[in-house]
Design a protein around this ligand. Structure first.
Ligand code: PLP
Length: 378
């Protein structure tokens, strides 16, 4: 089956007892057992729940992986991956990444004796040089949040697998519609399903997809042991969101391309970050490892922080808000919002300045989106 068909059907059979075409919301904590050890595959909803099982199967199918696991948030999914590590272990990570991931590495994992080193996003040699005898994992985000840098997943997988390291790819920005990291050699794909996968800004959720059974069993054990699972209702909403992922992503991208081109030609814009622009340093890599360029566009405004603070108040279609990937357009000021947890000197050294704005280009009519940018920049 191809992508859109899987997104609509995978993991979802008509309900046995009623024929209901939509997977029911199994809003139950427990399941009646016929006798000791005799059950219908479900015992307690932290361990598994049929609505969540359908979601996990569907996400695994659209990422082309064997196993899926759903979590209460993207951060819960990330924490579950990190549960594979022990005190004394080391992670090599790209240096442009979601602020919450950085916070998890630096303010939580470091206390448990797990250290992370950060290397420039696209510098393959730097990844290799950062590997130590105690390194267990290479952690990538591609495209990165918020500077839309790219990492060559296949090249990193070759470096990592020569040393038995796991490659984790946060695929939140691209979505499985535009990029499938397992096919490129990644071991674990992580998503904030809060974003494109659910797509309607009404659920916080996360997911992992992987092929290795041993690693899957270890993370599944943690999922039950630590318990940050999504509710049946959130699982159902996310399943419903996934059904339109293909059409939404196509429209997000069409609109984002137009926005990127418009901004690139605007005199008040210093620089545009969008992998679909031929001027993007990783445009060729994007064409090779992605099947589209996505709906996220960042840009540096030509002006001061104070100008930017004024400007964000004037949007009418774009809403000033954290998050991304919903059908509505959002604008975010990463330095004070999503990436505020990264110390200022580190942020600025990475190019994440006070005049950077990140757009999650929605699927409204493009004339309204461009009109809004035009009036704000004017
Ligand atoms: N990964 C990326 C790239 C994100 O942008 C986010 C949230 O913005 C997360 C992970 C964390 O996801 P959540 O907010 O669902 O916990």
């Amino acid at each position: 089956m191809k992508f859109a068909t899987k997104a609509i059907h995978a993991g979802q059979e008509p309900d046995d007892s009623t024929g209901a075409i939509m997977t029911p919301i199994f809003q139950t904590s427990t399941y009646v057992q016929a006798g000791l050890g005799e059950n219908k595959g479900f015992e307690y909803s932290r361990t598994s729940n049929p609505t969540r099982t359908a979601l996990e199967a569907c996400i695994a199918a659209i990422e082309n992986g064997k196993y899926g696991l759903a979590f209460a948030s993207g951060m819960a999914a990330e924490s579950a991956i990190l549960s594979l590590l022990s005190s004394g272990d080391h992670i090599v990570s790209c240096d442009d990444l979601y602020g919450g991931t950085y916070r998890l590495f630096e303010r939580v994992m470091r206390r448990y004796g797990v250290e992370a080193s950060y290397v420039p996003v696209g510098n393959l040699v730097a990844y290799e040089q950062a590997i130590r005898p105690n390194t267990k994992m290479i952690w990538l985000e591609t495209p990165t949040n918020p500077l839309l840098g790219l990492v060559d997943i296949q090249a990193i997988a070759e470096i990592a697998h020569r040393r038995n390291l796991l490659v984790v790819v946060d695929n939140t920005f691209a979505s499985p519609y535009f990029q499938q990291p397992l096919k490129l050699g990644a071991d674990i794909v992580v998503h904030s399903t809060t974003k494109y996968i659910n797509g309607h800004s009404d659920v916080i959720g996360g997911a992992l997809v992987l092929n290795n059974e041993e690693v899957y069993q270890a993370i599944k054990f943690y999922q039950n042991a630590a318990g940050s699972v999504p509710s049946p209702f959130d699982s159902w909403l996310t399943l419903r969101g996934i059904k339109t992922l293909a059409v939404r992503m196509r429209q997000h991208e069409e609109n984002a391309r137009t926005v990127a081109k418009f901004l690139a030609e605007h005199p008040r814009v210093e620089r545009v970050y969008y992998p679909g622009l031929p001027s993007h340093p990783d445009h060729e890599l994007a064409k090779r490892q992605m099947s589209g360029f996505g709906g996220m566009v960042s840009f540096q405004f030509k002006g001061t922080h104070a100008d930017v603070a004024q400007l964000v108040r004037r949007f009418k279609v774009f809403a000033l808000a954290e998050s991304l990937g919903g059908v509505e357009s959002l604008v975010c000021h990463p330095a004070s919002m999503t990436h505020g947890s990264i110390p200022q000197e580190i942020r600025e050294a990475r190019g994440l300045t006070d005049t950077l704005l990140r757009l999650s280009v929605g699927i409204e009519d493009i004339e309204d989106i461009i009109g809004d940018l035009e009036q704000v920049l004017r």
